[in-house]
Design a protein around this ligand. Sequence first.
Ligand code: AHR
Length: 536
Amino acid sequence: MIIQERIRNISGLIFLTISLITTAFTAEAQNARIKIDIDRKIGEVDKNLYGNFVEHLGRCVYGGIYEEGSTLSDDKGIRLDVLEAVKDLNVSITRYPGGNFVSNYHWKDGIGPKEQRPPRMELAWERLETNRFGTDEFMSYARRMNTEPYFSVNMGTGTIEEAQQWVEYCNVKGGPYYAELRKKNGYPEPYNIKYWSLGNEMDGFWQMGHLNAVDYSKKALEAAKLMRLTSPNIKLIAAGSSNYRPEADPNEWNATILHELRDVIDYLALHMYVGNPDNNYYNFISTPRVLEERTRVVKGMIDREMQNANRGNRPPIYIAWDEYNIWYRARAEKSMAGTRALEEHYNLEDALVISGFLNAFIRNSDIVKMANMAQLVNVIAPIFTSEKGMFKQSIYYPLQLFAQNMQGTALDVHVDCETYNTEKFFIGLGESTTQQKNVPFLDVSATYRNNELTLCVVNRNKEKGITADLLAQEGFFNGDFEVFEVNGPDIKAENDFGKTTVETIKKPSLKVKKTNKISYSFAPHSITMIKGFIEK
Ligand code: AHR
């Protein structure tokens, strides 16, 4: 008996030793693997995933895109240095004019001769709103930056009639009063604005004119009716949840809105801001996973409504993440109001998180069909100005890389690499808590168009490079593969006026001859984009 026990113990020990050796051996010898199968398609990447947002807040409009009298501006007050940087971002769609601002904005204040426009107390962000920039100025800016306009109507202190009249001003060719008023103001052609959101963050107690879900649905439904009677082909976006505080019930809000508005809306808008207030890199870098979790939950709710609804020929409902970003430093009372409100200075780890968001949008591109970084200039933004110049923040670079390269069909790639677990932590500031388990160090998304593959790989590992085998499951890699990397000396590296530490570097191309395997070493805390052909 004792002998048998010993033999069992010894053989157990031998087995354990062999497997430990094997594990140790494979951990060092085996590369991470990224399997790419061009037949495993998620959905078409909507160009509107690379959207942005201009709100009358802080120095986003005044002192940002628009600065009358500046030597850096043209005779219309447009900051030309800023416009150049904006154009290079390839912003597909731009939301305007708010945000919290819109819930007390009356669009008629911002049209006609500038000297006659009334200055107003701006209550959301505590400024004086001069109204010298309004609908027509934004539309001419949108044309210059080559972006699709996306307007938000006032569902707080505004009326459904006011919303209808704005659509008439913008989209009706001529005849009725507001269409004629636009012509009289010097704009003969209608703007044909396609995207309109029915208010902003109406679930938030902070919103001026905040409503409960039932009341909001009733108001939005009637606004939608009038707006569509005026301009039948517009796309409507409902205010989904932005309030994920423990005392709120975001899923209840989303469920009600989807149920009540399912016959009129095209998108449900969701918002998310994250931060790193306790300086915990791995918690922070994992926050885009939460966006993905929320996306999946809302997708399920949409599926349920679509299944139950008799929607006739109405098109599907998609998700618009029409505000997302990192926002935590500029949260103290003094940085939440006035002309310098919400000015965040971003670093490399922020750029990694932004790539995480963008990867998440691509991976969910069957349901996420719009995303807007909040915001474009100065206010939690990729572009930062002073009276004398501007610089591109770290987060500018991944946004630009994605907008310029990640198009076509999103592929469902398989990633096999080491993982980590986070602690339990708060999302944003005091919102819901989360704990993320088995988070892969490599965060990957891929698109495929005209035989060209584009792969974005974020190496979340702070210290170690990771070598990965990219494996084509169908066809062969062939030709020159371009490689771009966004990185910096350390995760806290940031840019400033006259100092660019974090940026996109074009690395030497990979010369590939008909093979189904490419090995690449992804640098610590980096974003890498690899682009080349897969031949069948
Ligand atoms: O983008 C800043 C603000 O964040 C927006 O005005 C509001 O919608 C959100 O709470």
